[in-house]
Design a protein around this ligand. Sequence first.
Ligand SMILES: [Zn+2]
Length: 442
Amino acid sequence: MKTVIYNIGTLAGILPEGVTKLEGSEMNHVECIEDAYVVIEDGVIKEFGHCPAGLGVQNRATPLAAEGGARSYAVGGVVLDSQTCRTDGADEYIDAKGGIVMPAFCDSHTHIVYAGCRDGEFRDKIAGLSYEEIAARGGGILNSADLLHETSEDELYEQAMVRVHEIMAMGTGAVEIKSGYGLTVEDELKMLRVIKRIKETAPITVRANFLGAHAVGRAYRGRQSEYVDLVCNEMLPAVAAEGLADFVDVFCDAGFFTVEETDMILSKAAEYGITPKIHANELEVSGGVQVGVRHGALSVDHLEKTTDAEIEALRGSRTMPTMLPGCSFFLGIPYGNAKGYIEAGLPVALASDYNPGSSPSGNMRFVMALGCIRMRLTPEQSFNACTINTAYAMGVSDILGSITVGKKANLIITKKVPSLAFIPYSHQTPVIEKVILNGIAI
Ligand SMILES: [Zn+2]
């Protein structure tokens, strides 16, 4: 199957092969080609480049005959007719109508497999209760765990797929999904099996993250160390035996799990060869960044509360600092210091944290906008934080996150807009015209 996207106003997010993340001042730039085309073959980017005048932009359709006698132009092994843009040799032609074509967003931190929602707690939040106060009253994560326990695997899958379709339509082409609303061996496995089923049935690229240590299960209230033993000695072996997790995660923060408990869980996960990612420093400076870096975590996520010590710990590591501005927005808590991290030469990724309690939205374009509006990133920095760097944070930047020959053709085509900056600037204007996953328009 060969597809040609033509009439592209701006092809944005081009990176050379082998670049898996951008850090510091590298994040300041987005490589673009004006008046471009892309050739996709069997779901993969085969070729891209600049179109000569008359081929790329409809309203400048000068016949090539006027430019030296040729009536057509070869693109990606197919021949585009200069008048009609029709060719022989491709199966499908997509007219981008002068819009931007960019890599689909990668969302490296979500919890989109959950049952029901927590709109009741929304009222508690509005009334002034904090996230910690709601959790202390048995709400929050435990509320979701109760609902999930009563929901069948099929029903859970159906509910999650509604969200999967929702985020795909908003331009997300890869998503990491965490467990962590089960909190018993059986229910954690149930969640991870649902994630596996999404991976097998949806066109979006999925990575699964086992987050048994999201909160202490209700049956273990007051017996936290026994719950940690359950995670290490029963949940992890069962998850590994079924091959259900690409990553392991721990909520290392005030009121949740300590650095020592996190260290125990990550050590156990290492025995099964499962790479860690960490929830850290959302509520307090928790030490979660340092324990994550020590264990070679692929990312440390949240980071609303950090000091220079976290920046120093991350320097020279392979760990991607990931911030979740949608969570800061919804909870009214501080935003991570993304600008400070970039000025220190570090990379930064921005993900949605889509979950029912603290960020009930998976709109990565809004995340990109919050990166600019609330975290003071430039549109280019925010773009890179939501594409190549989130691809890195979920271990898929070798196949996604940029316009690169050989990568999966997971792309967004926008309406004709004035600039790349317009995408986060006019963030509620519906600019996404088409989303392409694996080379096919969804
Ligand atoms: Zn989270």
